[in-house]
Design a protein around this ligand. Structure first.
Ligand code: TYD
Ligand code: MG
Length: 464
């Protein structure tokens, strides 16, 4: 029986069976969102683990117990056969869990999930691929490129939520992919598929079934231009794990990151390359990025940490005189505010003014570095570009966080960063104090600049 719908205000929580343009509760416009009416106590609903047990028709009062008396849950994980995906998930998919995989269109979400289900099918697991975006024929065309396992996966091309739930309940797959959560719709809700209410209902109902039947579900979701997951952010709270697949469409490298993970670390990242036969794991990323580093003015090698793994990446900068009143600050693979901060510190403590210049900074290969340890590489790349001089002794790796008073601050895992740099031929790594033997320690930005860009060298392309 279809459930009643209700409209609730996303600002003040006011609920009404009718939709109002202006919320009668708080007076805001367009804040009411349609959703299914919550179930009343006693109505059949999702069985919460640990909720009072039912004996002879009567519900026992729930009792709180010390944590030490709770038996540890034995997590049986399903290996997806894609090493980097398993690592980011924390060891594989957990039965009964919901994973939200976000990424912009064309980045490779369908390819990655097709490959994972293909490997699971080859390993004898029951799988199901629900496609609301592409026809079964289109999905088959992709699967042909991905090898024999992908063709063994059963597909359901359907957008009606009830129909999908019916097949899920009947087939009881061990792993299921919904591609995408924005294309499924519940007929009883008026909003179009992809609307806030619809996406919330779709994810909630699928989660209920997944928990009951121990199905590991991957919900594919699109990312908006601003980089957030399209549809409601409420999905991020609902699911157990949020994965983000990112990279530049024009470049082959793709990075998979966990933004939230109830069953593993959120520090891990996996690197892939899109090739003709699907996504290939990149296990020698540092070697590739160092070999590709240009060593020209504006290029610095950063010894970064991607979760528990060290990674050498090239940071490139271009500084050019600006004709604009407000010069451009363009970043790719970094936080824009971080660049603003580094430029201010460079000006104040490094005597590298960029106020009248456009500054472009790019982490090469479509990789994203989200750690404070990248500050020094950005500063050295900008200073090198601004002075038109390559860094001395390139490829010269560096790492370290910049403080507001111009000091270079210690960052985590210096020994692993140094080891990775030495392994790939980057010696004399510029690093903060206490980084360990083998580092060229610099307590301040000014000292790091003096090491990397010694005064007296020629400045053929300096930007005024
Ligand atoms: P897709 O997985 O469909 O992206 P998404 O689901 O995130 O929208 O893949 C997108 C691109 O990947 C597409 O432009 C074609 C390319 N591609 C390859 O280069 N090699 C392959 O083997 C496959 C399957 C896709
Ligand atoms: Mg797709």
């Amino acid at each position: 029986m279809p459930r009643e719908t209700i409209h609730s205000c996303s600002r003040c929580g006011f609920c009404s069976p009718q939709w109002h343009g202006q919320c009668p509760g708080c007076g805001e416009w367009n804040t009411l969102v349609e959703g299914a009416r919550p179930r009343a106590p006693g109505e059949h609903g999702r069985a919460r683990p640990g909720a009072g047990r039912v004996t002879a028709g009567r519900r026992e009062a729930p009792v709180a117990r010390p944590l030490r008396e709770i038996a540890p849950a034995a997590l049986r994980r399903l290996s997806t056969g894609v090493g980097e995906l398993d690592r980011v998930l924390g060891g594989g998919l957990v039965p009964g869990s919901l994973v939200l995989l976000g990424g912009s269109p064309g980045i490779g979400k369908s390819t990655l999930t097709n490959m994972a289900l293909g490997h699971l099918a080859l390993a004898g697991k029951r799988t199901l691929y629900v496609s609301g975006e592409e026809s079964a024929e289109q999905v088959r065309l992709r699967a042909e490129r991905l090898g024999p396992g992908a063709l063994a996966v059963p597909i359901l091309a359907e957008t009606d939520l009830e129909a999908v739930l019916g097949v899920l309940a009947a087939e009881a797959p061990q792993a299921c992919v919904i591609d995408s959560v924005q294309t499924l719709g519940a007929a009883e809700l008026a909003g179009a598929p992809g609307s806030v209410g619809q996406v919330r209902e779709v994810a909630g109902r699928i989660m209920q079934l997944a928990k009951e039947r121990a199905i590991a579900v991957v919900l594919v979701g699109h990312v908006t231009k601003e980089g957030g997951l399209a549809g409601p952010r409420v999905l991020e709270h609902l699911v157990d794990c949020v994965l983000q697949f990112e990279g530049e469409r024009e470049r082959p490298y793709r990075e998979l990151r966990a933004l939230k993970n109830r069953f593993g670390s959120t520090n891990e990242a996996g690197l892939f390359e899109m090739r003709q036969g699907g996504l290939v794991e990149v296990l020698d990323a540092s070697a590739r990025f160092v070999a590709e580093a240009t060593r020209a003015p504006g290029s610095a090698v950063l010894a970064a940490m991607e979760g528990s793994r060290p990674l050498l990446v090239e940071v490139q900068a271009l500084v050019a005189p600006s004709e604009l009143e407000q010069p451009r600050r363009v970043v790719s693979g970094l936080d824009r505010n971080r660049l603003a901060l580094v430029l201010a510190i460079l000006h104040r403590h490094g005597r590298v003014p960029t106020g009248g210049a456009d500054v472009f900074v790019n982490v090469v290969g479509g990789v994203r570095v989200d750690e404070p340890g990248c500050d020094l590489a950005v500063a050295l790349a900008v200073a090198s570009a601004s002075r038109g001089m390559p860094l001395s002794g390139t490829p010269r790796a560096c790492f370290g966080e910049l403080g507001l008073t111009g000091e270079l601050r210690w960052v985590g895992h210096p020994e692993r960063r140094l080891q990775e740099a030495a392994k790939h031929g980057c010696r004399a790594v510029i690093a903060p104090p206490d980084s360990g033997p083998g580092a060229c320690e610099a307590p301040t930005l000014a000292q790091a600049l003096a090491l990397a860009l010694p005064a007296g060298a020629s400045r053929p392309h300096a930007v005024a």
